[in-house]
Design a protein around this ligand. Structure first.
Ligand code: ADP
Ligand code: ZN
Ligand code: ZN
Length: 711
C-alpha cells in the first residue's frame, strides 16, 4: 500500500495539473513510464488514496488491454466532480438535543430558566430526535435565532454537518419485501449464491422473467454477509422506476450514479460509496469503477447492450471489466439478458461462464404470438398489418408501430425484390459511397461500381434510403382518419420532457397508436397494448457490420416483449422484404438459442468474434488525401508486420477503406480492420505501428479493440 500510495500521489497530481482535451490524439506511446515527464505536485486532494490497490490493479490491466494511456483510464474511473476544486460537501446546520429532560433545572449550578415557548420547542426537538435547521424551522414554525438561543442555553447542540444531495430527491419511497421466488428463479438464486465458485454466471431469462427480483435477493444475501454490490444498467434503462426498485428494498444503502446527476450529487454519492455508507451502487457503464469496499457481487443487466462499450479513449467494455474486477476482488459476477451477446453466450457454452435459464414470465402476461409478413416493392404497410390495426381500433386496444432506423444509411437495396448488394467474400452488405459512385465492403475492402439495375429482377429502382417516421405517420393518418396517433422520434422529443409527455399520454389512453424509432423499444410497459408492428425489420439486418443479425434479433425480441405484458394476449407483426432470411425463423419462434447456434456457425466460418478479436484503427483528418494515404500505408505496414512477427494463430489485416460515415464534422474518416486469434497480438501490432509510423499533427488516429462501432 505504501508504494501504491506514492504512485497514486504522483498520479493524482498529474490528473490535477494536466487537462487533456482531445482524447483521440493520445497515442499509446506515452504508456511506458520512462517517457513520462512527471510534474510537480501542486496539492494533495485527499489523504486517503482514491483507488484501493485492487482498483489500481484493475486500472492498469484495462490500460494495457485497451492500449490506452493509464491516465485516461484513471480519469474514466473517477468522476470529474470528485476532482473539481469548487465541488465540496454541502454543509448545513444540524440540531441535536443536548440534555436529557431530567437534567435541566436540577443539580448544582445547572439551574436554567427557560420560557414556556422554549420548553415546548425543546420538547419538540427531543421528540423529533433533532434535525436540520431549515427543516426544524419549517416544521416547528420558528426561526434559526430562536433555536440558536436554545443552543446558548446548552439545551441543544448546533453543529455544521455535511448533508447529502440526494439524487432521489425528497420523495418518500415505500419499502418492498422480497417475493417468494418461483422454481426457476430459485435455481438461479442458488447458483449465484453458491459458495466459493467465482465463475461468472450468464442469466438468460426472457423479458419479465423476474431477473431483477433475483438480483435484489442476491444483493440482500451479500449485504447480510457485510459485502457490497454494483448493479449496472444501460443508461437509457436507468429510469426513476428502475432506481426505485433498488431503493425500495435497500433504502439509504443505495447510491445512484448516472449522467443526469449534478456535480454535487455525484460528489456525495461517490464519497458515500467510498466511506461505506452506501453499499449498493446502481449506475451505467461507469459504475463498474465505483469504489465499493468488500465487493461481493457485480450485476450487469442487459449485458448485450452496446452502450457498455465506451466510444472514446479508453475504449473499454464495462461487461468485460466487471468480469475482470470480479476476478481481482473475489466478487461474484452475474450477466443478465433476454438476448445475450454472442460473446457471452459462447462463453457459457465453453464453460468459461456458468449459465442459468428462466423460460417463463414471473408476473402476469404470456409471450406474444409473432408472425412475419412480406412487403412488396414500395409498400410501407402490408394488408395484414392494416387489418390488425383496424381490429385494435374497433376493440379500443392500443398499437405500437416501430420503425427501425438503425442502418438507415447506405446500402444499395432493390425496391422491386429486396435484393441487397452484398460482398460475396464476406457476406456483408456493401456500403454505398456517393463520392466515387461505388459500393465497398467494409470488411475486406473489395469494391464494385454501383449497378444500374438489380441483377436479380432487373428493376432499375435501386435506392439507398429507408423510410422515415414522418412519412410512415402521414401514410397512417390517411388510412385511419379517426385514430389518434402519437409519434416519437428524435424530432418530436427534442423539447425537454416531451419524451415523458408522449409516453404519459399514451399510457393514459389518449392515443390509439404510438409510432416511433428505437426509443420505444425498451423497458416500456403498457397494459393496453395488444399489437406491435415492426415496419421494416430488414434495415438493420443489412448493415455493413458482422453483428447486424445479432442486433436485429435483439431489437425484434425486445420490441416483441412490449406486447401483451398484462392480461390481454399480444400479437406481433414483423414486416420484411425477405421473410426467408433464416434469422426470422428464430424470431417467430422466440428461440434465441436456435438463433445463436446458427449465427455462431457463420461467425466461426468467417473468422469473426467471438471466434477472434477484432480491432478497428480509425483515422480522421481534414485533409482527404492525407487520411487515405495513411490508411493505405497502415494497412500495408501491418500486413508486413503480421507476416514477419505474428507466429501463433491467425492475423488478418483489411484493406484501408473509407468509414461508412465518410465525412463528419469536416473530417474525412478511414479505417483499417484487424482480426486475430489473440487480443494481445492486436495490441502488439498497434503499439509497433504507433511507434514506427507516428501520425503527423493533422491526422488523428485511434485504436478500438473489440470494437462495436464499425461505422
Ligand atoms: P425482468 O427483470 O426479468 O424483466 P422483473 O424482475 O421486472 O423481470 O419482473 C417482472 C414482473 O414480475 C414484475 O412485475 C415483478 O414484480 C414480477 N415478479 C418477479 N418475480 C416474481 C415472483 N417470484 N412472484 C410474483 N411476481 C414476480
Ligand atoms: Zn430486384
Ligand atoms: Zn468483403
Amino acid at each position: 500500500m505504501e508504494i501504491a500510495d506514492g504512485v497514486l500521489k504522483e498520479v493524482k497530481s498529474r490528473v490535477e495539473v494536466e487537462e487533456r482535451r482531445d482524447d483521440d490524439s493520445i497515442l499509446p506511446l506515452q504508456l511506458s513510464t520512462s517517457s513520462i515527464v512527471l510534474k510537480h505536485i501542486t496539492s494533495i486532494i485527499d489523504e486517503t488514496p482514491f483507488f484501493s490497490s485492487k482498483l489500481l490493479e484493475l486500472v492498469k490491466k484495462v490500460a494495457s488491454y485497451t492500449a490506452a494511456p493509464i491516465e485516461s483510464v484513471l480519469k474514466a474511473a473517477l468522476p470529474a466532480a470528485v476532482l473539481k476544486k469548487n465541488v465540496k460537501p454541502r454543509e448545513l446546520m444540524f440540531i441535536e438535543p443536548a440534555l436529557s429532560p431530567l437534567a435541566h433545572g436540577s443539580g448544582p449550578g445547572a439551574a436554567i430558566t427557560v420560557t414556556k415557548r422554549q420548553q415546548w420547542l425543546y420538547d419538540q426537538i427531543v421528540r423529533l430526535g433533532g434535525g436540520w435547521m431549515t427543516q426544524l424551522c419549517t416544521e416547528l414554525k420558528t426561526t434559526p435565532n430562536t433555536i440558536k438561543e436554545l443552543g446558548k442555553l446548552g439545551l441543544v447542540k448546533v453543529a455544521v454537518k455535511a448533508r447529502r444531495r440526494n439524487p432521489l430527491g425528497a420523495k418518500r419511497i415505500l419499502p418492498t419485501k422480497p417475493l417468494p421466488l418461483n422454481p426457476e428463479q430459485q435455481a438461479t438464486f442458488n447458483l449465484i449464491t453458491r459458495p466459493s465458485s467465482l465463475v461468472p454466471l450468464l442469466l438468460f431469462g426472457v423479458t419479465g422473467s423476474g431477473k431483477t427480483e433475483v438480483y435484489l435477493q442476491a444483493i440482500a444475501a451479500e449485504l447480510e454477509c457485510g459485502r457490497g454490490a454494483i448493479v449496472m444498467v444501460p443508461e437509457i434503462a436507468l429510469t426513476p422506476q428502475t432506481v426505485q426498485r433498488f431503493a425500495s428494498r435497500f433504502g439509504d444503502r443505495v447510491a445512484v450514479l448516472h449522467s443526469a446527476l449534478s456535480d454535487g450529487e455525484r460528489y456525495d454519492e461517490w464519497h458515500r460509496i467510498r466511506s461505506g455508507q452506501a453499499r449498493v451502487v446502481v449506475g451505467p457503464r461507469s459504475a463498474v469503477w465505483a469504489p465499493v469496499k468488500d465487493l461481493g457481487l457485480i450485476v450487469v443487466d442487459e449485458e448485450h447492450e452496446t452502450s457498455y462499450k465506451q466510444d472514446e479513449t479508453p475504449r473499454y467494455h464495462a461487461r468485460d471489466i466487471a468480469v475482470l474486477r470480479g476476478r481481482i476482488e473475489g466478487a461474484k459476477v452475474v450477466l443478465g439478458s433476454a438476448t445475450p451477446s454472442l460473446e457471452s453466450w459462447r462463453n457459457s457454452e465453453t464453460g468459461k461462464y456458468e449459465r442459468s435459464v428462466i423460460r417463463n414470465r414471473a408476473g402476469a402476461g404470456t409471450l406474444p404470438t409473432v408472425r412475419m409478413v412480406e412487403l412488396s416493392g414500395g409498400e410501407i404497410f402490408s394488408r395484414d398489418l392494416f387489418d390488425a390495426i383496424r381490429i385494435r381500433l374497433d376493440r379500443g386496444e392500443q398499437t405500437i408501430l416501430f420503425l427501425n432506423r438503425r442502418g438507415y444509411s447506405r446500402q444499395l437495396v432493390c425496391e422491386g425484390c429486396g435484393w441487397v448488394a452484398t460482398c460475396a467474400r464476406c457476406d456483408v452488405p456493401y456500403t454505398y459511397h456517393r463520392a466515387d459512385e461505388c459500393c465497398r465492403c467494409h470488411i475486406c475492402g473489395e469494391w464494385i461500381n454501383t449497378p444500374r439495375e438489380c441483377p436479380s429482377c432487373k428493376s432499375t429502382q435501386l435506392s439507398y434510403k429507408g423510410i422515415g417516421t414522418q412519412r410512415a405517420e402521414a401514410a397512417l393518418r390517411k388510412c385511419f382518419e379517426r385514430a389518434t396517433i402519437l409519434r416519437m422520434d428524435a424530432d418530436s422529443t427534442s423539447r425537454k420532457n416531451s419524451h415523458d409527455d408522449i409516453l404519459g399520454a399514451f399510457r393514459r389512453g389518449e392515443a390509439d397508436i404510438l409510432i416511433g424509432t428505437q426509443m420505444i423499444a425498451k423497458g416500456l410497459d403498457f397494459p393496453n397494448v395488444t399489437l406491435v408492428g415492426v415496419l421494416n425489420a430488414d434495415s438493420s439486418l443489412f448493415m455493413p457490420d458482422f453483428r447486424a443479425a445479432e442486433r436485429t434479433y435483439q431489437l425484434l425480441a425486445q420490441v416483441a416483449g412490449r406486447a401483451g405484458r398484462a392480461e390481454l394476449p399480444g400479437e406481433v407483426i414483423i414486416q420484411t422484404r425477405d421473410a426467408s432470411a433464416p434469422i426470422f425463423d428464430s424470431v417467430v419462434r422466440c428461440d434465441f438459442e436456435r438463433f445463436a447456434a446458427n449465427e455462431l456457425k457463420l461467425r466461426e466460418e468467417a473468422f469473426f468474434p467471438p471466434f477472434c478479436h477484432l480491432a478497428v484503427i480509425n483515422l480522421r483528418s481534414e485533409n482527404m488525401k492525407l487520411v487515405a494515404d495513411w490508411a493505405e500505408m497502415y494497412s500495408k505496414s501491418l500486413s508486413n508486420f503480421a507476416a514477419k512477427s505474428v507466429t501463433a494463430g491467425r492475423f488478418e489485416v483489411s484493406e484501408a477503406v473509407p468509414s461508412a460515415l465518410e465525412k463528419a464534422d469536416g473530417f474525412y474518416r478511414w479505417q483499417v480492420v484487424l482480426r486475430a486469434t489473440s487480443a494481445a497480438a492486436l495490441v502488439k501490432a498497434w503499439r509497433w505501428l504507433a511507434e514506427a509510423r507516428p501520425a503527423p499533427r493533422d491526422l488523428r488516429v485511434n485504436f478500438d479493440l473489440d470494437a462495436y462501432n464499425l461505422a
